[in-house]
Design a protein around this ligand. Structure first.
Ligand SMILES: N[C@@H](CCC(=O)N[C@@H](CS)C(=O)NCC(=O)O)C(=O)O
Length: 210
């Protein structure tokens, strides 16, 4: 049965279209237009109590019962469980995926997201301080990723949901003012990820109404 994806054209939305395409799971998109405030619609808040995208509804959840899931990290784990892909069964391999998935949801999202905020702030007094602080921390996160990818092809060794999570934000590197040429191992990984046919489809799926 078809999974409903409630999302918009943002890093957290794109993580999930990429994962669904890579896993080959059937899905339909329900655009939640953040610019129009649709994240506050009562019907959406029922499945996403944080008023944030993404969220999914799977009519064929565990035991055949419908289930809704919010928070992109939880959604990726759910889809990994459902498809049996990109989410290893081996406890050691799984822990590496969890480490890098948690790194993304706790840091490599909230921090570059602050750069996006302060970049958009115009001439505000707080702009310079905010930009300096969050651009420095964003660069530090890219250094962490670069060191990891100097040793491993993908974040958790083999391709996993952690790569899909991180890719959603790396996709916005220009917006948070990162030149990938400064991080050659991240650049190698990014180019390899973006060249994958399923990833291309995941980024091409319309997440805005025309
Ligand atoms: N921790 C959440 C973050 C989700 C999130 O921040 N979504 C943004 C778009 S990328 C959103 O819905 N923003 C709408 C708002 O803040 O009103 C996740 O990983 O799913």
């Amino acid at each position: 049965m078809t999974i409903q994806l409630h999302a918009f054209d943002t890093p957290n939305g794109r993580k999930i279209t990429v994962a669904l395409e890579e896993m080959g799971l059937p899905y339909e998109v329900h655009v939640v237009d953040l610019g129009k405030g649709e994240q506050h619609d009562p019907a959406f808040v029922k499945i996403s109590p944080t008023h944030k995208i993404p969220a999914i509804v799977d009519p064929d959840g565990p035991g055949g019962a419908p289930i809704s899931v919010f928070e992109s990290g939880a959604i990726l784990i759910y889809l990994g469980e459902k498809s049996g892909q990109f989410w290893p069964r081996d406890p050691v391999a799984r822990m590496a995926v969890l480490e890098w998935l948690m790194f993304q949801v706790s840091s490599f999202g909230p921090i570059p997201g602050q750069v996006h905020h302060f970049v958009a702030l115009g001439d505000h007094d707080e702009r310079r301080y905010g930009l300096e602080r969050f651009m420095a921390e964003t660069r530090r996160l890219y250094e962490v990723m670069d060191r990891r990818l100097a040793e491993q092809e993908y974040f958790a060794g083999a391709l996993s949901i952690a790569d899909f999570a991180i890719l959603g934000w790396a996709w916005r590197h220009q917006r948070h003012r990162i030149d990938l040429a400064d991080f050659p191992h991240v650049q190698r990984w990014y180019q390899a990820m973006m060249a994958r046919p399923c990833v291309k489809r995941g980024f091409a799926v319309p997440l805005r109404r025309t």
